[in-house]
Design a protein around this ligand. Sequence first.
Ligand code: PLP
Length: 438
Amino acid sequence: MKFENDPLAAFWMPFTANRAYKAHPRQLASAKDMHYVTDQGARILDGTAGLWCVNAGHCRAPIVEAIRKTAGELDFAPVFQLGHPLAFELATRLARLMPEGLDRIFFTNSGSESVDTALKIALAYQRARGQGTRTRLIGRERGYHGVGFGGISVGGIVNNRRQFGTLLTGVDHMSHTHNLEHNAFTRGQPNWGAHLADDLERIVGLHGAETIAAVIVEPMAGSTGVLVPPVGYLERLREICDRHGILLIFDEVITAFGRVGGATAAGTFGVTPDIITMAKGLTNAAVPMGAVAVRRSVHDAIVEGAADGIELFHGYTYSGHPLAAAAALATLDLYRDEGLFDRATELGGYWEDAVHSLRGKRHVIDVRTIGIVAGIELEPRPGAPTKRATELFQKCFDAGLLVRATGDIIALSPPLILETAHIDEMVGRIAALLATVD
Ligand code: PLP
């Protein structure tokens, strides 16, 4: 057996080039605030808030303390026909942060579970209101909605789909909104592209509105390289959904909790969906947790309209887990006390100017920014797409900066506690290293 004595062999790493990683491992040993420290003792500036999730910075004392305390008091409590106060308190706190009307909260353990939960709630809702023919789910090309069968079915990334058979039936996809010809080097929302929402009308025309339960989109698509919604696009989606009785789901696993300013992208963009999925920043990633915020009327149609007994046959052993709930409550306190949802406004201008200074650097064909997020798109190397960004990622890491490479795009989404000096360091490193990549 080739790897028998190899301590790295047994862990089959997710979304990782396992053979390449195990030949050249990059191990993180500890973290504090804006930095990771590797097992070799190197300090790495975290340009990605882990995986878009450590919004308040690493190992924050109040969160650590809340987890520690709860672990000693209530390690686990079922929430099937039982409950515990932290989960109820957290649901109430979260409901207050959500846009008006979305005040019923279902807990999950991840973004993927939040997405599958939202899709199931949409189907159950349509059935409960006597619209049981509405079984189709509509996603969008380049959408990332996690890795459950529901999420990859509505998702629009071919590599996440092609290994796994036929997926859910009755799913269709709108076209994505990315267009460099019209929108390259946009700051904030691009002006061109609201009409792309009309693709939903095409799908309604093809299948019939009475067959469609819900549409799911990321208000800002993160994982496929920071695709910012054109001005008017989300508003138009909302109008079309209303006209046809279709639920609108925003997947805010990345955008909630300050990433684009405010508690949600829905609030920032001024468009209220019927369901919002969350995870990541909810607990500052210190304990896995996700949540789904649901419009009260959707909840009531399912819960109030049901006969006696269980109304929704769905849930996870760890829904509302005490440690996660404690971490989330401490996280929400930190976000409030440190004003972290305002950072996108306070620092946004500096961030935008700094990242857009990469325009004109070698290989850079687009820079796009919103909130404290940036996508830097590189021209693909002829015959070797993605290699340039992968090499830049490795060079950045070796130079003490963590960035995320997705396709030929470098995505930045640092913790919201960052200061201007961190921005200068990130952009300076990337500028210098771009010159060294072929
Ligand atoms: N939805 C969106 C928009 C995401 O960005 C992600 C993860 O990046 C997910 C869902 C899946 O979340 P998880 O990896 O926690 O399952």
